[in-house]
Design a protein around this ligand. Structure first.
Ligand SMILES: *Cc1c(COP(=O)(O)O)cnc(C)c1O
Length: 436
């Protein structure tokens, strides 16, 4: 087990003070269970570090990790801001009653309709990604005689992943304006004198599942250097520096993430020291954690069904979900840890491969895991599935998407109900054309 999860007197895994077997029985499987206490703890750790250091900041939940009305309401309770990347996520935020002035709109191909929806709701900030978007925004804001706040998303030529980072002269990314080859300067020149577009500052997002602070440091240096240049050349006052997300979490025992406060303190230190060399006011620092807010707060519960032994090769253990509710292992080899929730104390001495029930040989959730002898009906608890699990779920093989439950200190509630067979055919229309 990754961390010491609570176990009760029956030897059952406990989530948020509740027996996981009870949750599986009450809500069925597959089931996503989110422990809100952990989400709140993380949110507060990010926010309080900025407060303690007396640095104006916004901590925005990068909500593509898991988007739902109730989750947005949790983030609202914790005074976070919110990143959305589509009209679907924006609409969810509106439905959740999320404060619009704290919504930031991302995306590398926002449509006219999406930008109009953002303008209609007067959201706090649009993170502008490309020249086409600048054109669209100029046109729409002038047409509607409406001002918008923007950040320019730039690619600083820093790519961070887990334990290392690389500086590339020119970054091969579909996102943002290149900081080095003149694109960012051209974008700046197109917006900074515009009557409707208010440029607040710069944004970058350098990677995901990052365990070191060096990448953030190098990126911040590059952004501030550009800020100083634009101030010198155009008198531009940068009020926001958004350094993105990507803070790592512990999927397996090999992962060694830093505390939220460590990432934040390092960012503050770098920005403060560089700003101190200028006569600028300290900009607001914005960050965008996604997986580090919800990833390890989420646990997937599955019911174990069939088993297949391939002699001398492996034992497949099949569960009632799979790539349809967690595509990350199949998509990019993501690793997870798991236990049998009703056999937590028992000796884990059999090596299994956990397979999903989708018609793809690649539909494996865990390649090798030591578990106690499993039987049909046992409940498998897979940890750390709260980010990019449900969010990437599909109806492949017409499997119904799981339910999502929130737990906290012995309380529980349904946050997303399970899809029904009726839901599955809900969009289908009968054939109406005659047979030729
Ligand atoms: C995905 C994303 C994030 C969050 O990444 P995590 O790895 O989930 O923290 C933050 N900012 C932007 C722009 C993103 O696209």
């Amino acid at each position: 087990m990754v961390s010491t999860h609570a176990v009760n007197e029956k030897g059952h895994l406990v989530l948020g003070g509740i027996d996981s077997l009870e949750l599986a029985k009450t809500y069925g499987t597959p089931l996503f269970v989110y422990d809100l206490a952990l989400i709140r703890e993380r949110a507060r750790a990010f926010i309080n570090t900025f407060k303690e250091q007396n640095v104006p900041a916004q901590v925005a939940y990068a909500s593509k990790a898991f988007s739902s009305v109730a989750m947005y309401q949790v983030m609202k309770q914790e005074n976070l801001s919110l990143d959305v990347v589509s009209s679907g996520e924006l609409y969810t935020a509106i439905k959740a009653g999320f404060p619009v002035d704290r919504i930031h709109f991302h995306g590398n191909n926002k449509s006219k309709e999406e930008l109009l929806l953002a303008m209609e709701h007067n959201i706090g900030c649009i993170v502008v990604d490309n020249f086409y978007e600048i054109e669209l925004l100029k046109q729409l804001t002038a047409e509607h005689n409406q001002k918008v706040n923007i950040l320019l998303r730039v690619t600083p030529g820093v790519e961070a992943h887990t334990h290392d980072y690389i500086t590339t002269g020119q970054q091969d990314s579909k996102f943002g304006f290149d900081l080095m080859n003149g694109q960012a300067d051209l974008a700046f020149s197109q917006v900074y004198e515009d009557d409707y577009i208010q440029l607040l500052g710069l944004h970058c997002h350098i990677g995901s599942q990052i365990f070191e602070t060096i990448g953030f440091k190098v990126a911040a240096e590059k952004l501030i250097k550009k800020m100083i240049e634009w101030h010198h050349d155009y008198d531009f006052e940068c009020t926001v520096l958004n350094l993105g997300g990507g803070f790592g979490i512990k999927y397996t025992k090999e992962d060694t993430p830093l505390e939220p406060s460590v990432y934040v303190k390092e960012m503050i230190m770098v920005v403060k020291s560089l700003i101190a060399e200028t006569n600028f006011a300290m900009p607001e620092i914005w960050i965008e954690p996604g997986r580090s807010l919800v990833g390890d707060a989420g646990t997937s519960l599955y019911t174990i069904g069939s088993e297949k032994e391939v002699p001398d090769v492996r034992n497949y253990l099949a569960v009632d979900g799979g790539m349809s509710d967690n595509i990350r292992p199949a998509l990019y080899g993501a690793l997870y840890d798991a236990v049998i929730a009703n056999k937590v104390g028992e000796k884990a001495d059999i090596t299994y491969t956990i397979a999903g029930k989708c018609c793809e040989s690649g539909d494996k959730l865990i390649e090798h895991i030591e578990l106690p002898k499993a039987e049909p009906g046992d409940i498998l608890a897979m940890f750390c599935t709260g980010a990019y699990g449900y969010a990437m779920a599909s109806n492949y093989n017409r499997l119904a998407r799981p339910a999502v439950v929130f737990v906290e200190n012995g309380k529980h509630q349904l946050a997303v109900r399970r899809e029904t067979l009726e839901d599955i055919v809900h969009l289908d229309l009968p054939l109406s054309m005659e047979k030729e």
